[in-house]
Design a protein around this ligand. Structure first.
Ligand SMILES: Nc1ncnc2c1ncn2[C@@H]1O[C@H](COP(=O)(O)OP(=O)(O)OP(=O)(O)O)[C@@H](O)[C@H]1O
Ligand SMILES: Nc1ccn([C@@H]2O[C@H](COP(=O)(O)O)[C@@H](O)[C@H]2O)c(=O)n1
Length: 225
């Protein structure tokens, strides 16, 4: 891992980290770590095994031995938990909130550290999450902290869910986003915050392409200077 170049993209829920990270990974032809997916899978595993979301004694061994594989192909990545395809199951808002509860437990975070670091392989890695630049990959070559106003993030999520045919209230999404922000930023271990050397990019009012161009300009200045 030591010599593998890493780009980190951290920020609050719905800021566009996954969208940006996937485009960066495609552009540089590097690997991609969606660390939130690991916390989401752990939340699903806890629900399957009847373990409470605040039970650190039960969750810590579950996290250490989490039987998950990410199977990538040209059409995307399938997430397999204990032999079962949970790709779609991990994407709903209930699981997002459950993930942020299990992610607040220090022993769980500790147990998942090595697994996340194992994604660092040549030619490089784009890592998306909350603590990629601060804790998991502190010596990353380029760190981005991507934000957007809570209202813009709720609107984006609303449009995403509406496109999937789901009937949701934007006020409820805004409430969930604010609650998740508070939990992620307020926890004692690896709280959501920008690394000191991160480029802070506010995507409110910016298109996906505009965000990508700004991020790429910053990263290229780090990679090729
Ligand atoms: N700049 C943008 N302008 C408008 N919509 C965007 C922009 N970036 C991303 N989106 C859309 O916003 C939604 C959330 O984006 P995305 O899933 O990438 O966010 P995220 O930060 O990874 O969220 P989470 O942390 O909850 O996984 C998606 O529907 C995505 O298509
Ligand atoms: N590095 C990370 C990544 C995620 N989390 C927690 O998981 C929740 C779900 O993440 P998404 O990015 O998929 O929405 C998130 O709310 C965080 O609580 C984390 O703690 N650290």
């Amino acid at each position: 891992m030591e010599n593998v170049p890493i780009i980190t993209v951290d920020g609050p829920s719905g800021a566009g980290k996954g969208t940006l990270s996937a485009k960066l990974a495609f552009s540089y032809k590097w690997h991609f770590l969606d660390s939130g997916a690991i916390y989401r899978v752990l939340a699903v595993a806890a629900l399957h095994h009847g373990i409470e979301l605040d039970d650190q004694t039960g969750l810590s061994p579950l996290a250490s031995g989490l039987d998950v594989t990410f199977e990538s192909s040209d059409i995307g990545t399938r997430v397999i938990l204990e032999g079962e395809d949970v790709t779609e199951d991990i994407r709903n808002e209930v699981i997002g909130n459950a993930a942020s509860k299990v992610a607040a437990i220090p022993l769980v975070r500790e147990a998942l550290l090595r697994r996340q670091r194992s994604f660092a392989e040549t030619p490089g890695l784009v890592a998306d999450g909350r603590d990629m630049g601060t804790v998991v990959f502190p010596s990353a070559v380029a760190k981005i902290y991507l934000t957007a106003s809570p209202e813009a993030r709720a609107q984006r999520r609303f449009e995403e869910l509406k496109a999937k045919g789901l009937d949701v209230k934007i006020s409820r999404l805004l409430e969930d986003i604010k609650a998740r922000d508070a939990r992620d930023a307020g926890r004692s271990t690896a709280p959501l915050r920008a690394a000191e050397d991160a480029y802070e990019l506010d995507s409110t009012g910016l298109s996906v392409i505009q965000v990508f161009e700004k991020a790429k300009q910053f990263i290229d200045s780090k990679l090729f200077s």
